[in-house]
Design a binder for this molecule. Sequence first.
Ligand SMILES: [Zn+2]
Length: 135
Amino acid sequence: MSMPALKYARTFPRAGRLVKVMILSLLLWVCVLGLPYFLFMMFFGGSGDLQKLWAVAALVALILGVLLRVVIYMLSTKIRCPLCQGAAFQTASCRMNQNARKAPLLSYSTSMVLDMFIYRRFVCKYCGTPFRLRK
Ligand SMILES: [Zn+2]
């Protein structure tokens, strides 16, 4: 899992779309991780108004999570690797490039979003080309 050197990375055309999907994906994780916590707190975290508050939080996390998933899907279908035309965020059953990065327990797309967030660059999972978000 070593990141290719930045000087070899290409700039991704219209990287703003990637940043949008990245931010929405991070929000989605907050919802996905928050939902079980809110549900747990709803049942065991108190009674009365506090319980209602946790119930509302769980409902908001659920609805927001579904909405985010739909929006991410709609945005990401248009984002393709400029070299291999692979749909960067879609899941595919084909073999991934040997340079594709995958964190343990996470999918290729999720690992890609993490790379974008942490390093501001990522590797195309289909052709293995390193890209950067900034010029
Ligand atoms: Zn590619």
